[in-house]
Design a protein. Structure first.
Lengths: 210, 416
C-alpha cells in the first residue's frame, strides 16, 4: 500500500495517488505516514529531474499532486512533526530581478533533499538577505538572477554580508541563465551553478552529512 | 573601413553580407549583429526610462549607439510602447523602467494565469469574444468593465440600438475615456518612432527584423496560462493544449504577414522561451512545442519571409529537428548552445548566429572578448553561414568590449 502511493506519485498518476491517499486516511492510517510516502515519491521525482529523465512539467505537476495529498492529509493531522533537516539555506532572486523559475526549482530540490529553505522571493534587497541570515543562522545562501543587472546586485549582497560580519559564517552560491565562473569571481561568491542539482551537491558538500 | 562609400552603398553591402550568410554563401567577411536592448542607456548616460517616456531622447541614444559601433545590422528597442499608454491601460503583463522597476533597469514580463484551466473551450470556440470579454479585463485593470459587455454576436440587426444602451454606465464611460487617452498616447508614440528604421537605413544600417512572431506554445505560456499552468496542462488536458496551439498558429501567420509586408527586409524575429532543453523533455518538445513552431516557420518561408528565431537557453538536443527547416531560409540565433556542435549539425543547412556571453561583455577584458570571438569564428565561421553576435542581453555591457567584439570580427572575420 505504501509503495503504491510512492509509485503513483513517481509515475505522476494524479487521480490514483489521491485515491490511495484517501483510502489510507479512511482506514485510519496516520496522516504523517502518508505524507512521508508522498515525500519519498517526491524525492524520486527530484532524482529523475537531476538525471534529466524528468523536466519542469514533471516537477510542477508532482508539486500539484503533493499539494492535493497534503491538503486532504492535513485535515486529519493530529500532531505536527519536525522533520530532521540537514542545514538551513536562505534563497532569493536579487534586487532588480523578478525571475523566479530557476530559484523555485532550486528551492524545490533543496527542500526534497532535506534542507530547511527560507525563500525570500524575488527582487530581494541586500539587507533582507542579511536580516534573514541573522535571524535563521543559515549556513548557506543562494542568490539567483536571470538578468545581467543581477551580477551587480549579487556583488552588493555579498558585500553587505561581509559588512555585517557574516561572510565567515556562510557559504554563498549564485546561479542563473547567464552565470559563469567569470561572474562568480566578480561577485566573490564561493561557487556557482547552472542547474538545480549543482545547488544540492554544493549544499551537501558544505553542510551535509559528514 | 566605411570611408569613401555612400550610406546607400554601405547599406547594400551590409544587406548583401547578411543575405550571403543566411543563404549559406560565403560573404566578404563574417557579418556582425548588435541587439541594442537597453545598452544605449548605459552607453549614453541616460536612463532606460526614456525608452518608454522620452522618444526623442531614446531615438537619439539608439541612433548614436549604432553610428558609433557600426554593426552590419541592429535590433533596437524602439517604438516598444508608450509608458503613458501602458499606465493608462493599467497593464498587469509587465513592469517597465520607471514603472514597477527602477528607471535604469530593463523591463520585465509578468506571467500570470490570466486564462483559467477550464477556459480552453471558450478560447477555442470564439477567440475574439474570449479576448474582449474575459482576457482584456484581466490583464488591463482599466478595461475591467469589458467583462460586462454583451457578446458581440448579439449586435445584429436593429436590436443593436437597444444593446448599445447598456454601455451608458459610469464605469464604461470611464473605461472608454481612458482607452481613448491610451490610444492617443500610443499613436503619438508610434508616429514619432516608426520612421527610426527608415532613418537608419538612410544612414546605411539595415535592421534585424520588421515584425515579431512567437511560438504558439509560448503565447499560451507567456500570456494566457503562465508557464506553470501550461505545463500542468501537458498532463491534465494535453489535447486542449495542442488544439489551442494550432488555433493560435493560424492567427500568428495572419498577424505576421500583415506586419512584415510593411517592410522590405522580410526578416521576422522569433524569440523562443519555453522550448529549451532545461524546460521540457525532447518528447514534450516534439509533442507540444515543435509541431506548431515548425508549421509557423514553414508558413512564413512560404510567404517569402525569413524567420529569425532566437533559441534562448540550450537547444543541444533539439538541433537535429532544425534540419527539417528549409535550407538557407532561416537565421538561427543561439544563446548558450555550444556553437561548435551547432556548426557540426546545422553548418551545411542553416545560417547560425551567436553567441558571446553577456558575462564576458560585461566584466571580461578586451583581450578575453577578442579571444572568444576568434575561437567562435574559427569554429562556427568556417565557410560562411555564420553571423557574430552576443548571447542574450547586452544591457549592462562594457562599451569597450562591444567595440572589441565588432571591430575584431571585421578584422579577423574576412574570408579569402
Amino acid at each position: 500500500m505504501s509503495d503504491s502511493l510512492v509509485e503513483a506519485i513517481v509515475d505522476l498518476q494524479e487521480e490514483k495517488a489521491v485515491r490511495i491517499a484517501k483510502e489510507r486516511l479512511d482506514a485510519e492510517e496516520d496522516p504523517l505516514k502518508i505524507l512521508e510516502d508522498a515525500r519519498r515519491g517526491m524525492a524520486t521525482v527530484g532524482k529523475r529531474f537531476a538525471d534529466r529523465e524528468y523536466f519542469l512539467p514533471e516537477l510542477i505537476y508532482s508539486g500539484e499532486i503533493l499539494k492535493r495529498i497534503s491538503e486532504i492529509s492535513k485535515t486529519r493531522l493530529l500532531r505536527t512533526s519536525q522533520l530532521k533537516r540537514l542545514g538551513k539555506c536562505v534563497i532569493g532572486t536579487v534586487a532588480g530581478d523578478i525571475h523566479d523559475i530557476g530559484k523555485d526549482i532550486v528551492v524545490f530540490m533543496l527542500d526534497i533533499h532535506g534542507f530547511e529553505v527560507h525563500d525570500l522571493g524575488v527582487d530581494v534587497p541586500a539587507e533582507k538577505f542579511v536580516q534573514k541570515i541573522q535571524e535563521t543562522k543559515a549556513e548557506i545562501v543562494g542568490l539567483s538572477g536571470f538578468l545581467t543587472l543581477a551580477f551587480e546586485s549579487m556583488k552588493e549582497v555579498i558585500q553587505a554580508i561581509s559588512d555585517a560580519g557574516l561572510r565567515g559564517k556562510v557559504k554563498i552560491m549564485i546561479g542563473g541563465g547567464q552565470i559563469d565562473e567569470k561572474v562568480r569571481e566578480y561577485t566573490k561568491a564561493d561557487a556557482y551553478g547552472t542547474d538545480a542539482m549543482s545547488a544540492v551537491t554544493l549544499a551537501k558538500k558544505w553542510v551535509g552529512p559528514k | 573601413m566605411s570611408e569613401g562609400k555612400s550610406p546607400e552603398q554601405l547599406y547594400k553591402e551590409r544587406e548583401k553580407r547578411i543575405w550571403d550568410a543566411i543563404q549559406l554563401k560565403v560573404p566578404d567577411r563574417v557579418p556582425v549583429h548588435l541587439g541594442l536592448g537597453y545598452f544605449p542607456a548605459k552607453y549614453n548616460g541616460i536612463t532606460c526610462e526614456a525608452a518608454y517616456y522620452d522618444h526623442a531622447k531614446w531615438r537619439w541614444a539608439s541612433r548614436k549607439t549604432i553610428l558609433d559601433f557600426e554593426p552590419d545590422f541592429y535590433r533596437a528597442v524602439i517604438g516598444n510602447t508608450s509608458g503613458l499608454a501602458l499606465e493608462a491601460l493599467g497593464t498587469k503583463l509587465m513592469k517597465w523602467p520607471g514603472h514597477g522597476v527602477p528607471p535604469n533597469h530593463s523591463h520585465q514580463a509578468i506571467e500570470g494565469e490570466f486564462m483559467k484551466e477550464n477556459e480552453y473551450d471558450a478560447l477555442l470556440s470564439d477567440l475574439s469574444d474570449f479576448v474582449i470579454r474575459t482576457y482584456l479585463p484581466r490583464v488591463f485593470s482599466t478595461l475591467a468593465p469589458f467583462e460586462k459587455l454583451p457578446r458581440f454576436t448579439s449586435f445584429l440587426g436593429t436590436s443593436t440600438a437597444t444593446l448599445i444602451g447598456q454601455l451608458a454606465t459610469p464605469d464604461f464611460t470611464e473605461a472608454f475615456d481612458i482607452l481613448l487617452k491610451a490610444a492617443d498616447e500610443a499613436s503619438k508614440w508610434r508616429f514619432a518612432t516608426s520612421s527610426f528604421d527608415d532613418e537608419m537605413a538612410n544612414l546605411g544600417f539595415p535592421c534585424h527584423s520588421l515584425a515579431n512572431a512567437s511560438a504558439p506554445f509560448d503565447v499560451i505560456s507567456d500570456f494566457l496560462r503562465g508557464m506553470r499552468g501550461a505545463m500542468i496542462d501537458m498532463y491534465r488536458r494535453p489535447d486542449k493544449l495542442i488544439q489551442a496551439c494550432e488555433m493560435l498558429l493560424s492567427r500568428q501567420i495572419e498577424a505576421v504577414s500583415v506586419a512584415a509586408s510593411r517592410g522590405s527586409s522580410g526578416r521576422v524575429f522569433k524569440p523562443l522561451h519555453r522550448g529549451a532543453d532545461g524546460f521540457m523533455s525532447l518528447k514534450q518538445f516534439e509533442t507540444f512545442y515543435w509541431p506548431t513552431l515548425k508549421k509557423l516557420i514553414l508558413a512564413l518561408v512560404e510567404k517569402g519571409l525569413t524567420p529569425c528565431p532566437f533559441f534562448e537557453g540550450d537547444y543541444t538536443t533539439r538541433l537535429e529537428h532544425l534540419r527539417e527547416l528549409p535550407r538557407g531560409k532561416v537565421l538561427c540565433h543561439f544563446d548558450s548552445t555550444d556553437m561548435s556542435r551547432v556548426k557540426e549539425v546545422l553548418g551545411d543547412h542553416l545560417c547560425i548566429m551567436g553567441n558571446v556571453p553577456s558575462s564576458l561583455l560585461q566584466i571580461g577584458t578586451i583581450q578575453e572578448v577578442k579571444g572568444y570571438c576568434k575561437n567562435l569564428i574559427d569554429a562556427a565561421g568556417k565557410d560562411g553561414g555564420f553571423i557574430m553576435t552576443h548571447r542574450s542581453s547586452i544591457d549592462e555591457a562594457n562599451p569597450a568590449n562591444i567595440k572589441a567584439m565588432i571591430d575584431f570580427t571585421k578584422e579577423y572575420g574576412i574570408y579569402n
